[in-house]
Design a binder for this molecule. Structure first.
Ligand SMILES: Cc1cc2nc3c(=O)[nH]c(=O)nc-3n(C[C@H](O)[C@H](O)[C@H](O)COP(=O)(O)OP(=O)(O)OC[C@H]3O[C@@H](n4cnc5c(N)ncnc54)[C@H](O)[C@@H]3O)c2cc1C
Length: 489
């Protein structure tokens, strides 16, 4: 377990850094306590690749958001990630809000956001006929887009793995190891010690406590929940762009968007809480989301809601990212408090971290370019999007692509098998990698089929298959007794 660098956390921050560092001849270990990717904030967010006008000039967020946006535009092609280059509007309903748009426009220009302009409400409605007639003006940002966040994190990690990095899931980091000079020597985990002269803390909402292990208490994470409503994919085309309200102190406000796959979605709220793992939705939170959605889109078709979910932001008191290499212990790097626009910023943060290692930790790690670096990665075929000829072609190569497993999202057995080949071990991992279970029935039909395929391919008894690792077994109690007895008959 000897490495050049250990990354704690395989969210978009850790995954992005792993991929960036795999451009160098380094032995990289990525450790995550979760059973599948993504698991933390990178799983449950608005998946917006922000334009970059919302961040105060001079902050780290402003420094990384605009270049991050630009980098994603090429990364989605290189790594075959679903992306909807839809642009965004910030909507103003009165004169005060119009003044706010003007401030955002100025800020955006300072931050270097390309193509932003203020348009009238009528101009906006030519493109978005379903938005409120009370919107008087809007800030248009053409380079914004919406990414498939499940695919993005898996693609970054796959790319890092293609280039030699190793991923260890279900590996909870429990502490740091120090040498006799009190510098970093590695980490302790539930699976033993991992040694490396450099440890990068990309632990999301847990990054504050991990930083404390290294003695840095200069910031505190304030877990802040954001709740969402997600509608059926038949709502595709109801709106086309990402719609923001005018931001307030609480954040960017309730938005309405169409996900990269075409579902209408609205959220998030912003509620501070103690527990970084509490992702329960609440009646009050969802009512707030619906109210905000209807303000922007009065006929928001909430009866087509198929699920609700929540994500937890790693907010900090400063409101900014906490990225630095500590002076002591040497070898410890914080990439902490990566709140919104963290997803957008992540490729630029990753490049910055590589520079940080070169400039500040050259005595501990040498970054020699890896001439064999392979930038491209091919995604799992998305059967739903293929035309008839492409489908026939695929089925000819592998008949498993003729077996539909998830009826709502037209996911085939071939895709599930490919996800397993790429490392999926749980039902949620298959969902993250193929979208099986994300549709209208929310896995009611495909979940048992996916469990059977996992059991067969991994040679694990069906009653050992889990939703998301640990004790989250699918077959328990009476269902298990019934099925096992039936099997015995
Ligand atoms: C509601 C909401 C909306 C958002 N909307 C947007 C948006 O539209 N656009 C945008 O750019 N950004 C958005 N963000 C921000 C974005 O999602 C985050 O900045 C980003 O996902 C943070 O990634 P991360 O890798 O730092 O953290 P995470 O994704 O939380 O990953 C941290 C990982 O560390 C692991 N971990 C933690 N502790 C340990 C340990 N001790 N041992 C092993 N593993 C550990 C966790 O399991 C987890 O996988 C939003 C966030 C939220 C919550």
């Amino acid at each position: 377990m000897n490495y050049d660098v250990i990354i704690i956390g395989s969210g978009v921050t850790g995954a992005g850094i792993a991929r960036e560092l795999s451009k160098y001849k380094l032995k990289i270990a990525v450790l995550d306590k979760a059973s599948e990717l993504p698991s933390g904030a990178s799983r449950a967010n608005s998946s917006m690749i922000h334009g970059g006008f919302d961040d105060k000039p001079g902050t780290m967020k402003a420094k990384f958001c605009v270049p991050g946006n630009k980098m994603w535009h090429s990364l989605v092609k290189e790594l075959d990630i679903d992306f909807n280059h839809c642009g965004s509007y910030v909507c103003a309903f009165n004169d005060d809000e119009v003044k706010h748009l003007e401030k955002l426009l100025e800020q955006g220009k300072i931050n270097g956001v390309p193509g932003i302009e203020i348009v009238s409400g009528d101009k906006m409605r030519e493109k978005e006929p379903n938005v409120s007639k009370d919107i008087v003006a809007a800030l248009w940002s053409p380079e914004a887009g919406i990414i498939n966040n499940f695919e993005a994190v898996n693609a970054l990690i796959e790319s890092a793995k293609i280039n030699g990095a190793e991923l260890f899931l279900e590996t909870l980091v429990t502490g740091l190891l120090f040498d006799e000079k009190n510098n970093i020597r590695g980490v302790t985990t539930n699976k033993g010690e991992f040694l490396a002269p450099v440890v990068i803390n990309a632990g999301g909402t847990h990054s504050g406590e991990i930083s404390k292990w290294a003695g840095d208490t200069s910031f505190k994470i304030i877990p802040t929940k954001g709740e969402y409503l997600l509608l059926d994919r038949t709502t595709q085309g109801f709106i086309h762009s990402f719609l923001f309200s005018c931001p307030s102190k609480a954040g960017k406000g309730i938005t309405v968007l169409q996900t990269a796959e075409g579902n209408l979605m609205s959220g998030p709220t912003a509620t501070e809480q103690e527990d970084p793992e509490d992702r329960a939705t609440t009646p009050e939170g969802l009512a707030e989301v619906l109210k905000g959605a209807r303000r922007l889109v009065p006929d928001f078709p909430v009866r087509l809601n198929i699920t609700t979910f929540a994500g937890v932001r790693a907010n900090t008191e400063s409101g900014d990212f906490e990225i630095k290499a500590l002076k002591t212990p040497r070898g410890f790097v914080n990439v902490a408090g990566i709140k919104s626009p963290g997803f957008t910023s992540s490729p630029a943060i990753a490049a910055y971290v590589a520079d940080l290692l070169k400039e500040e930790l050259a005595d501990r790690i040498t970054l020699t370019p890896n001439e064999k670096f392979i930038p491209e990665r091919k995604g799992i075929p998305r059967f739903l999007y293929l035309n008839m000829e492409e489908r026939e072609e695929l089925v000819k190569k592998d008949p498993a692509y003729a077996q539909i497993v998830c009826r709502c999202e037209t996911v085939t057995e071939g895709q599930v098998l490919e996800a397993i080949r790429r490392g999926a071990r749980t039902i949620t991992a298959v969902k993250m990698m193929t979208r099986a279970g994300t549709g209208r029935c929310q896995g009611g039909f495909c979940c048992p089929r996916v469990a059977e395929i996992l059991s067969r391919e991994l040679n694990i008894p069906l009653d050992e298959i889990t939703r998301h690792g640990g004790e989250s077994k699918l077959l328990v109690g009476k269902t298990k007794e019934f099925l096992l007895n039936k099997g015995a008959e």
